[in-house]
Design a protein around this ligand. Structure first.
Ligand code: GAL
Length: 645
């Protein structure tokens, strides 16, 4: 558990470097990340390399016992490279090249770009191979599954499809290209979906493959960089930093060949009025831990008010800088690096605030950061304790992509049901893992499999076996809808899950922004929104029925005994109380050890070597007092306490 910062020596007068490093050392910083945007200083002219300035910076940190994570600077090719090879930029879907001026313009399949990217990476890797201060590598910065439509991506896309389908006839069949006379008669007709019309008009099967291809092609770039780093700078762990963006690459595949995951964490500095949203940071952290099922880095963490991409936002409230970082450690982070040490005085991001303000005078946020560094020293002995969870939630990028391609109904968002289920189980004080849908399920008692939209028969099979042998599965609406190509399956929903659910949908009603009441067997009335599966039970029992509409009285939520296990089916998109109720019922039935927690208080339990550590976090701007394990606990706003026994 280490605290770090993101530092840009190339942005500052050299006279500041030593003083910055001194203050970092004095404050307790153990790690700095350098150079992700510094290509123009590392290779000021084609083939002319200058590492002297970076050597000097690395040495300043090394002398003070601060480790360095170096980055490959490929996110920002220098201007001389764009001038020489203007074709290395991405081509957008409207057919125009991305305009220079920000960063991340390069196309990661362009052979000229790759040649230059390889060269700078190899030069850096060789140069730092003998420098023990460099303890790890970050590849590029916040790479995405770019939807580039340049000629190279077009070629790669055709090659990817040829490898998958062999012939255009197979491709036509898989996509159902007969619709609107879309059948290809030669590979030369196959191209990325250019044009500015909405995705919804395009063939969903074609689009899903395009999303998959875009993800694979950025992952190829990452793997190519990783191979070079490992060859020329062996023995240093390699990562890349991801975030929740519009076009996310498949995180599970991205990190298969990397040593650890890194995530950029920018919790909102505004306390949400709706308490459900408070749990979203925990959701994201649990999701990141689940990708490699282990500790991860936060490469960028909120340090001050945001700005530059829009008008400036509020400063983090007192307690947030410390609290959100400790929350990250509780959920499995092994290092948290704050973005950024000092607020830039130049460039586009001069209003995105770092720990130090433009004045360079340590203020309130910096003092809280210093306090955080001391607090982390105290929890370090708990570093190797494990987060064991009885509850898992499955996630897959195929579903994320397919729902983006075809929005189901107004207000419907894939991750929302995952988040609601996560919130429901964490509110019971349970650890929750969010894992890839292909992961092994053994060891879990409850597996939530929400919105299993694009069907993978191996996953269907594994869920059947899990329930059959005594596990609890919670399935939801929009499951079993599509086959692996994103075409509809001709079966009553939930298609391949019907036997384990013990019920089927006779019809569904996408109600969008409307809501409709459902009533539970004890008379409790709650709301369904966005989606209603009008169910008929085969063998299942009814837990809730619709209380309005033409399907009043029809089952909305069911539970079925399957093998020695149980299968819940939530046929609606519910408001939070619906998931809270199902989570409570399923947890009690599975005999899980739940606790009562006040709203907005989160608990992570970590265990190891005869220790049980309860990390309790107040994710609110109001103090909380409550009892836990027979002890009175009082928490200030955003305070975390660790209770051990
Ligand atoms: C991140 C990015 C950083 C910086 C930060 C604040 O997404 O990786 O380089 O731009 O946002 O805007």
């Amino acid at each position: 558990m280490r605290i770090g910062v993101d530092y840009y020596p190339e942005h500052w007068d050299r006279a500041l470097w030593a003083a910055d490093a001194d203050l970092m050392q004095e404050t307790g910083v153990e790690l700095v990340r350098l150079a992700e945007f510094a290509w123009c200083r590392l290779e000021p002219q084609d083939g002319v390399f200058d590492f002297a300035w970076l050597d000097e910076a690395v040495a300043l940190f090394a002398e003070r016992g601060i480790d360095v994570v170096l980055c490959t600077p490929t996110s920002c090719p220098p201007m001389w490279l764009y001038e020489k090879h203007p074709d290395i930029v991405q081509i957008q879907q409207d057919g125009t090249p991305i305009r220079l001026g920000i960063r991340g313009h390069r196309c990661v399949t362009n052979p000229t770009f790759l040649e230059y990217a390889d060269r700078i990476t190899v030069e850096m890797a060789r140069h730092y191979a003998g420098n023990p201060a460099v303890t790890g590598w970050q590849i590029d910065n916040e790479l995405e599954a770019y939807h580039c439509c340049c000629p190279h991506c077009t070629e790669e896309y055709r090659a990817w499809l040829t490898a998958k389908y062999g012939t255009v006839e197979n491709l036509n069949r898989a996509y159902g290209n007969v619709v609107w006379s879309g059948e290809y008669s030669a590979w030369s007709q196959v191209a990325p979906p250019v044009g500015t019309y909405p995705h919804a008009w395009l063939n969903p099967a074609r689009m899903l493959d395009f999303y998959r291809f875009c993800s694979d092609s950025v992952i190829d770039f990452i793997n190519r960089q990783a191979a070079l780093l490992r060859k020329h700078c062996p023995g240093r762990p390699v990562t890349t930093n991801v975030w929740f963006c519009e076009y996310m690459q498949d995180f599970y595949k991205t990190f298969e060949n990397l040593d650890f995951l890194s995530y950029d964490n920018y919790p909102s500095a505004t306390v949400p009025a709706n308490s459900e949203e408070c749990y979203s940071h925990a959701f994201h952290l649990d999701l990141m831990r689940g990708v490699k099922r282990g500790p991860f880095f936060i490469m960028e963490q909120l340090s001050g008010g945001t700005g530059c991409w829009g008008p400036m936002g509020r400063q983090p409230l007192p307690g947030m800088i410390k609290g959100f970082t400790l929350q990250s450690f509780a959920h499995g982070a092994d290092a948290v690096l704050h973005f950024r040490w000092r607020t830039a005085t130049v460039g586009a991001e001069m209003h995105w605030h770092g720990l130090l303000d433009h004045s360079n005078v340590p203020g309130r946020r910096f003092r809280e950061f210093a306090d955080l560094c001391s607090a982390v020293r105290e929890i370090k002995p708990l570093r190797d304790t494990a987060i064991k969870s009885d509850v898992a939630i499955l996630m897959a990028f195929d579903h994320e992509y397919a729902f983006k391609i075809q929005p189901q109904t107004n207000g419907y968002y894939y991750l929302e049901q995952l988040q609601r289920l996560h919130r429901a189980f964490t509110a019971l004080g349970l650890n929750v893992d969010i894992i890839g849908q292909h992961e092994d399920l053994s060891g879990y008692r409850i597996v939530c499999a929400p919105e299993m939209y694009v069907t993978d028969s191996a996953v269907v099979e594994r869920l059947h076996r899990f329930a059959e042998s005594g596990g609890t599965v919670i399935l939801t609406t929009r499951s079993g809808v599509k086959d692996e190509h994103n075409n509809c399956i001709m079966a009553q929903l939930p298609g391949p899950y019907r036997d384990m659910v013990g019920a089927h949908a006779e019809e569904y009603n996408p109600i969008g922004y409307d809501s409709t009441p459902i009533v539970f067997d004890d008379g409790a009335v709650m709301d369904a929104r966005q989606w209603c599966d009008i169910l008929v039970c085969d063998t299942a029992n009814v837990l809730a029925r619709y209380n309005a509409e033409y399907y009043k009285g029809s089952p909305a939520i069911t539970r079925n005994a399957y093998g020695t296990g149980k299968v819940y089916y939530i046929g609606v998109v519910g408001t939070q109380p619906v998931y809270d109720r199902i989570a409570r019922t399923a947890a009690d039935e599975a005999g899980l050890d739940t606790v009562e927690l006040p709203d907005r208080v989160e608990l992570v339990t970590r265990t190891g070597d005869g220790v049980r550590a309860r990390f309790v976090f107040n994710n609110d701007d109001q103090p909380k007092a409550f009892a836990l394990d027979g002890r009175e606990v009082a928490l200030e706003p955003f305070e975390m306490k660790v209770l051990t026994d």
